[in-house]
Design a protein around this ligand. Structure first.
Ligand SMILES: N=c1c2ncn([C@@H]3O[C@H](COP(=O)(O)OP(=O)(O)OP(=O)(O)O)[C@@H](O)[C@H]3O)c2ncn1[C@@H]1O[C@H](COP(=O)(O)O)[C@@H](O)[C@H]1O
Length: 114
C-alpha cells in the first residue's frame, strides 16, 4: 500500500531533524547545519528561498518543485535551530483562519492614522 502524501510529512521531518541535534555531523547533513548555529541555518534558508524564487520567475515548474522541497527542509532546520515547533506555526495559521489578509491589513493601527 502506498503511504499517503500529506502535510504530516512536515511534522515527521521536523522530528527527524530534531533527533539530529546531537548526531554526528559527518553522517547527518542536518547535524552539520545545526552545529553551525541559527545564523547559518537562517542564511541557508534564505539561499534556498532565493533559488526557489528564481525557478518561479523563470517559469521552471519542475525545478520549482524540487527547490520548494529544499526550502521546506531548510525552514524546518531553521525552526529546530531557533527553538520554534511546527505546532507554534500551525497555531498561528489556525488563528488567522477566516481573516482576509485585506481585512487584517486595513485593521492595523498605522492604517487608522492615514
Ligand atoms: N529533505 C532533506 C533535504 N533536502 C535537501 N537536503 C540537503 O540539503 C543540502 C543542500 O545543498 P546545497 O548544495 O545547497 O548545500 P551544501 O552542499 O551544504 O552547500 P554549502 O552550504 O556548502 O554552500 C544537500 O546536501 C541536500 O542533500 C536535505 N537533507 C536531508 N533531508 C531530509 O532530512 C533527513 C535527515 O537527513 P540527515 O540529517 O542528513 O540524516 C533525510 O532523511 C531527508 O528526509
Amino acid at each position: 500500500m502506498n503511504t499517503p502524501i500529506n502535510a504530516d510529512i512536515l511534522n515527521q521531518l521536523y522530528q527527524v531533524i530534531l533527533s539530529r541535534k546531537d548526531a554526528d555531523p559527518n553522517t547527518s547533513y542536518s547535524a552539520k547545519l545545526l552545529a553551525k548555529g541559527s545564523k547559518k541555518t537562517a542564511e541557508k534558508f534564505g539561499e534556498e528561498a532565493i533559488e526557489c524564487l528564481i525557478e518561479c520567475a523563470t517559469g521552471n515548474q519542475k525545478e520549482l518543485i524540487t527547490e520548494s522541497a529544499d526550502v521546506l527542509y531548510h525552514l524546518l532546520v531553521m525552526w529546530v535551530s531557533a527553538g520554534v515547533s511546527p505546532d507554534d506555526v500551525w497555531t498561528e495559521l489556525h488563528r488567522r483562519e477566516g481573516i482576509s489578509g485585506i481585512t487584517e491589513k486595513a485593521a492595523r493601527p498605522h492604517n487608522s492614522l492615514t
